[in-house]
Design a protein around this ligand. Structure first.
Ligand SMILES: Cc1ncc(COP(=O)(O)O)c(C=O)c1O
Length: 392
């Protein structure tokens, strides 16, 4: 059998395209803003992770351009060898200080951060306890280092306790998303830290959707839940609130230094390019000066959440600037997506394996730059389309 055979047999996208319902790879034309242009139509953007709305902020863009003028467009080497700039070090120091951690190491994406941190710490003889709904990059990270992997039911601390009791004998780490990326619900981080302390295992939080989006100062879900000091390792991304691309791991200095020297996704991959580093530094500055931006994205989300719930949509249990609209069947979801898009609202259609089979949903997400008027217009469109399809 030819290794390519499966590709020729893979016909799901073609079938959905033939129905005119394919919702993926839609090109954006211009800045990712609260309202923007896509395929020649103006849409209210409810499908971006640009929570602080800073991807087109004039100061942030100017800092990115300045960095290109000073350092050029790329580093063409790994942090380990020829790819460390002075601004990488400045960023790691400032980010660690912002997050209240001893040290920080950056990666070129959040995905690589999870592969690097988890693959390095989760080596042979260790046990990693992971929530069933953790992000794909966490799952893949656990496959990197030969650790034993134990999955517990989503946010089910009793189930986790049982797993911890069964695997007491090895060094271990509990790993969880802070904000679960699709549905926007939060991990019970204080409860996980209690179990970590009781069983002598470490706790790592991937707060890709929390840092810059949760907590009074934007320090993330553990700030929001009042347990920042108890989380051993914090992983995050620059591809959401930080308005560009990249990722990081933060924690105790000896652990971060070890990861810096051992993580293969750091050593064997080129470092973050200068404009990305400068963008994150500029966003950090803005976040320190205007922490109220975090609340603004929550206000927009709450306005939409309440409106959708009042109309009768199932909006799940999100506490983040993410609101899922759970519809169930994939094709219903794709039709809902298409009618919304044609009427001027862009959302993300999410189906299995990102969510469980039969739990297809539209994932909507909110920015500090969404105005009440934009949200109300979007709600009007949800109502018309939802009624047209018999969803409400
Ligand atoms: C929870 C979580 N972790 C990690 C990542 C990966 O981040 P990046 O886009 O920086 O690779 C994502 C991105 O979707 C995410 O949602």
């Amino acid at each position: 059998m030819d290794i390519f055979q499966k590709c020729g047999e893979f016909d799901r996208p073609a079938k959905v395209k033939a129905m005119g319902l394919y919702p993926y790879f839609v090109p954006l034309s211009g800045h990712v803003g609260a309202e923007m242009e896509m395929q020649g139509r103006k849409v209210i953007m409810l499908g971006s992770n640009n929570y602080l709305g800073l991807t087109d902020h004039p100061y942030v863009m100017e800092k990115a351009c300045e960095a290109i003028r000073k350092y050029g467009t790329g580093c063409t080497g790994s942090r380990f060898l020829n790819g460390t700039l002075d601004i990488h070090l400045e960023l790691e120091e400032k980010l660690a200080s912002f997050l209240g951690k001893e040290a920080c190491v950056t990666f070129s994406t959040g995905f690589q951060a999870n592969l690097g941190v988890i693959g390095t710490l989760g080596d042979r003889g260790t046990v990693l306890f992971i929530d069933r709904k953790n992000h794909a990059s966490i799952i893949d990270g656990t496959r990197m280092g030969y650790a034993k992997v134990v999955k517990y039911r989503h946010n089910d601390l009793e189930n986790l306790r049982h797993m911890l009791e069964t695997h007491r004998e090895h060094p271990g780490m509990i790993i969880t998303d802070g904000v679960f990326s699709m549905e926007g619900d939060l991990a019970d981080i204080p409860g996980l830290c209690d179990l970590g302390a009781e069983f002598g295992v470490r706790v790592m939080v991937d707060d890709a959707h929390g840092v810059g989006a949760m907590g009074a100062h934007g320090r993330g879900t553990s700030e929001h839940l009042g347990c920042e000091d108890r989380v051993d390792i914090l992983v995050g991304t620059f591809s959401k609130s930080f308005a560009c691309i990249g990722g990081f791991g933060a924690g105790p200095e000896p652990v971060i230094d070890y990861i810096r020297h051992v993580a293969r996704t750091n050593i064997f991959s080129a470092s973050l390019p200068p404009p990305a580093v400068a963008t994150v530094l500029a966003v950090l500055e803005i976040l320190r000066e205007e922490p109220g931006l975090v609340q603004k994205s929550h206000d927009a989300a709450e306005r939409c959440r309440c409106g959708l719930r009042d109309m009768g949509f199932n909006v799940g249990n999100s506490e983040a600037p993410i609101v899922p609209i759970i519809v169930g069947e994939d094709l219903v979801c794709f039709k809902f997506w298409k009618d919304l898009f044609e009427n001027g609202v862009f959302t993300n259609a999410v189906v299995s394996p990102a969510v469980d089979q039969g739990q297809a949903m539209l994932r909507t997400s909110y920015m500090a730059s969404h105005t009440p008027d934009m949200i109300d217009r979007a709600l009007g469109i949800f109502k018309t389309v939802g009624r047209g399809l018999g969803l409400i």
